[in-house]
Design a protein around this ligand. Sequence first.
Ligand SMILES: NC(=O)c1ccc[n+]([C@@H]2O[C@H](COP(=O)([O-])OP(=O)(O)OC[C@H]3O[C@@H](n4cnc5c(N)ncnc54)[C@H](O)[C@@H]3O)[C@@H](O)[C@H]2O)c1
Length: 329
Amino acid sequence: MATKIRLGLIGLGNQGQEYLRAMDCCRHTEIVAGYDLSQAALDKTRREYPDLILAQCLGQLKALHLDGLVAALPHHCYEGIWAELLDFNCPILKEKPLGRTIREAQQFISAAKQQGCPIQTAIQRRQHPSYICLAERLKGQSIRELSVHMHLGFNPDTGASDSWRSQRPTAGGGALLDSGYHLVDLVHFLMGQFELVNACLWDGEKLIQAESDTVETEAVLLGRQGSAWVRIESKLSGEKCADSKTGYKKSEAADVLTTENRYFANREGVWENGELILACERGWEKAIAKQLDDFADNITDKRWNSRIIWEQLPAMQMIDRAYGLVYTA
Ligand SMILES: NC(=O)c1ccc[n+]([C@@H]2O[C@H](COP(=O)([O-])OP(=O)(O)OC[C@H]3O[C@@H](n4cnc5c(N)ncnc54)[C@H](O)[C@@H]3O)[C@@H](O)[C@H]2O)c1
């Protein structure tokens, strides 16, 4: 059996744990070591993954001569740590978003290029079987309308917190930059780039109209590609739902009308004109494992020019333009 690609994971919070859970589904990738500033995160990880090396500092992690790094840190942390990460001199799979702003994303990319470190953005919907199937079906068809939504199902009454996510300077943005990033990327994946027609951001019931430190809880983008309309809706809460623990329904889907067919896809399946054409598991393990294995293949083959990597700057550009429309209005 070929040797596995050895990765180090920086950030053992929510998303870091998703990577560790996906390990069993990986074909030729192994996360061999982890690092986090928080003792609680280290303790939890040690209990659940006793074989994982837990480094006490970045120097210790570097001494392991890893093949690559996976970074799942709060958005503001990269500014202070980026040079140290590049000093590992190895490829980095960095969780979305590429930066808090397009400017920061470009600075990260340019410093990485100077150091000769390839950067890949971690974005999972492109790796999920349902969206891969939808993208395949859409090939050669002419899209008339494409609408995507993601509702996280948080309860807005209990959602207020002092976490890094609730402040614009640390998070960079909320429903648009954080969760909405996935939707912008999904549209790029399904139909390519589009023109931004309008963008609206809300903080609860208040429309965001001027510069503020508020993180938006809802974002709606309207776009156009040729004669096709694009609608993107991202909400931290969603529809009220008595069956949900939070009282709000968690949901996501893509709805596409082409000149010939109508498609509906979510993480459970794909429907063509109302008929189920693919059923799949909604979990993330396989998509994350596929992403890690693809990253490993890129490391082995030194292949750093694929679409999946470079389409991330256009996603950042689109998001930056949307914020620009709102904050300078
Ligand atoms: N792809 C997805 O679906 C998805 C889902 C959730 C989060 N994310 C992304 O993952 C990243 C992390 O989000 P999260 O929800 O896991 O955040 P989190 O707050 O749950 O975890 C972040 C972890 O980083 C640690 N940390 C902070 N600064 C550090 C430093 N300098 N060195 C080492 N560790 C440090 C914290 O102690 C914490 O354990 C973000 O970029 C977020 O956008 C992606």
